[in-house]
Design a binder for this molecule. Structure first.
Ligand SMILES: [Zn+2]
Length: 228
């Protein structure tokens, strides 16, 4: 994790690399704060970046009087990087079961996401229903984001864990090394995901599966990251 060497924003030191890191983090949160928009990641504290810091503080930082500054160990920086939850609760929605070919295998407090990501999940469920695919959805994010052990990600409402498909109808865990794992049915899920413009990437360890990336620990779920 990048550490700021000094403050960024109003009356800050505004070192080039620090400003750039704040800009990168602002953009990662841009889908949550309408007023942010995307800012240039060029290390220059321009007016758009300054406005974005204030918008973030007001909308997700719980500041009624934003000071427009990001301090190295301050709440604004920690909320920007997702180290601690956002102060606002209405950025995310809870995913609720919508269809009979869908179930949650996580607690209801762990399946909060951005409206756009949840729409992608609902579309996926609907698309795969005619093929008889039943989707098991796991962790997304907490209602206000922030750290979600044991994951490093799942902080921004855009990461969704999905169980691989089984050869039977059981709604239970499955690993790719398991004889009941179905590569072919899981491939239908991957293809439907890839067809979604909002998909960013999939971590999954079936080496014969196209369009996915290997990542330690992803033998028993597809980790799907969406753009917003
Ligand atoms: Zn995951």
């Amino acid at each position: 994790m990048y550490r700021l060497t000094g403050s960024v924003g109003a009356d800050g030191r505004n070192a080039h690399d620090d400003v750039q890191q704040v800009q990168i983090q602002l953009n990662k949160n841009a889908h949550l704060v309408e007023a942010i928009g995307r800012v240039p990641e060029d290390g220059n504290l321009d007016e758009a970046t300054q406005r974005a810091i204030i918008a973030f503080q007001r909308q997700l930082g719980g500041h009624s009087a934003p000071d427009g500054r990001v301090d190295p160990h301050g709440l604004t920086w920690r909320r920007l990087v997702g180290d601690i939850p956002h102060a606002r609760v209405d950025a995310f929605e809870a995913l609720t079961p919508v269809s009979d070919n869908f179930y949650l295998y996580s607690n209801q407090d762990r399946v909060w996401g951005t409206p756009t990501t949840l729409q992608s999940v609902r579309t996926l469920v609907a698309t795969l229903r005619p093929a008889g695919i039943v989707l098991g959805i796991g962790d997304i994010s907490f209602a206000q984001g922030g750290r979600m052990p044991p994951h490093a990600s799942h902080r921004r409402g855009i990461d969704v864990d999905i169980r691989p498909q089984r050869t039977d109808e059981a709604r239970s865990p499955i690993r790719i090394s398991d004889p009941d794992y179905s590569h072919d049915r899981t491939k239908l899920v991957v293809e439907a995901l890839v067809a979604d413009d909002n998909l960013e990437l999939i971590f999954f360890n079936d080496k014969k599966m196209p369009s996915v990336r290997f990542h330690e620990g992803h033998d028993n779920h597809l980790h799907c990251r969406f753009k917003e």
